[in-house]
Ligand binder design. Structure first.
Ligand code: SAH
Length: 394
């Protein structure tokens, strides 16, 4: 496949490439180009338990921000991402790690923990170029400490960014963010909890909950009147989950559980759920923007083997007629359609229509492909994303 980004920005082995070709065929290059850059729209979800979406819109606009209402979901607002801008590549170089480079690329400042390496000539006040580990220039700015100081201290502001490849509002610095009036979340992620459709009085289990984007949305859609159980196995991430829920004012509506949800049926034997969300770790091939990425066929197979265990455990605690929503931010068949059809059917879980508009795509393989929703970066300008809705039939 002749595609400039393959091999340089996207280091995928033959197995991954052939899987992606199976999904996108001749559209693969356009898919990769889209994933390499951010979506034009940067979405937030309004915390409707605290503020009306129209009111938050007015408040953000009065700060001079360009913000709009989503056409479909009332609680979704979006900002317009500007760029790409040309960046002058002259000057001493700072290399940021992948995660830092991806936020610097959008206009965030570079903090010392995100530093991989820097030119020793850099002093406080030097004008520097920030690159991703792949060599892509993502921004320019002024060093606020010397290279050696940044390395020694390992914390604090290192480069104040003046020019970045793209520009988006710094959401976490807004007072409305601190006040818990919104949660930054992609459109497909917002759509996922809409598909789950949690209602007052229901028992809702979020099996892979941290940092709590979807858990928070469950609380809002059920107006705090559902019994919500949010599980995550990582202590650090459970802390993040509690912090996010506390910021939104939702902590009192959620039972937060630190545990391995693959064994939830054994650890919480009395638990019977009306609705379950399985949003497991995945290869994240649909997440954007990506300054570079590296994946092997083994990664895909391992991810699928792990994902399968959540679906099997979920089936054991879901009541008859209950709904399981499975979502991933990846685009492979093995982690999506094939995972569902290879696992869920044997557990009496039958795919039903997600109910989302047909303007988004249906699944691209499997007997139930018409039931699934897929978001394609190069077609819908969203992250690459998959949603399935399953009903327990026996
Ligand atoms: N649903 C979240 C994102 C989930 S990312 C949101 O919308 O914000 C996947 C999560 O699964 C990670 O936080 C990870 O810690 C968690 N996870 C991974 N393995 C797990 C396991 N065995 N049991 C419970 N959680 C697990």
């Amino acid at each position: 496949m002749d595609c400039g980004l393959l091999g340089s920005v996207f280091r995928y082995d033959d197995g991954v490439v052939s899987e992606l070709l199976g999904v996108y065929g001749g559209g693969l290059c356009r898919f990769l180009e889209a994933v390499h850059r951010p979506s034009r729209r940067l979405y937030i979800r309004v915390n409707t338990l605290r503020v009306d979406p129209g009111e938050l819109l007015d408040r953000l606009r009065s700060r001079g921000l360009e913000v709009y209402r989503d056409e479909l979901f009332d609680e979704a607002l979006y900002f317009v991402v500007e760029g790409p801008f040309r960046i002058d590549e002259e000057g001493p170089v700072v290399v940021a790690d992948k995660e830092a480079a991806e936020s610097v690329m959008m206009g965030a400042n570079l903090y010392a923990p995100g530093l991989l390496s820097c030119d020793p000539s850099i002093r406080r006040g030097s004008e520097v170029v920030i690159k991703a580990p792949s060599g892509v220039v993502v921004a320019r700015g002024i060093a606020r400490m010397s290279c050696s100081e940044a390395r020694r201290r390992g914390r604090g502001l290192f480069v104040e960014v003046l020019q970045s490849l793209y520009r988006a509002p710094k959401l976490r610095e807004l007072p409305e963010y601190q006040q818990g009036l919104f949660y930054p979340q992609s459109l497909p992620a917002i759509a996922t909890t809409r598909v789950l459709d949690p209602a007052p009085g229901e028992v809702v289990v979020d099996m892979c909950a941290a940092p709590g984007g979807k858990t928070g949305h469950v609380v809002e859609l059920s107006r705090g009147l559902a019994k919500v159980v949010a599980v995550d196995h990582s202590r650090r991430k459970v802390r993040r989950l509690r912090e996010e829920l506390a910021r939104l004012g939702h902590l009192r509506y959620v039972e937060v559980v630190e545990g391995d949800s693959r064994y939830i049926h054994l650890d919480m034997p009395g638990l019977r759920a009306d609705k379950i969300l399985v949003d497991p770790p995945c290869t994240a091939l649909g997440v954007r923007p990506k300054v570079y990425d590296e994946k092997t066929w083994r990664d895909l197979v391992n991810a699928a083997a792990y994902q399968e265990q959540f679906v099997r455990a979920a089936a054991k605690i879901l009541r008859m007629g209950g709904v399981l929503v499975y979502s991933t931010c990846t685009v492979t068949h093995v982690e999506n359609e094939l995972l569902i059809e290879g696992t869920a059917l044997g557990e009496c879980l039958e795919p039903v229509d997600t109910g989302l508009p047909g303007a988004w795509s249906r699944g691209s393989t499997g007997s139930y492909r018409g039931m699934y929703t897929r978001f394609h970066p190069h077609i819908h300008d969203t992250p690459g994303y998959f949603i399935a809705r399953l009903v327990k039939k026996c």
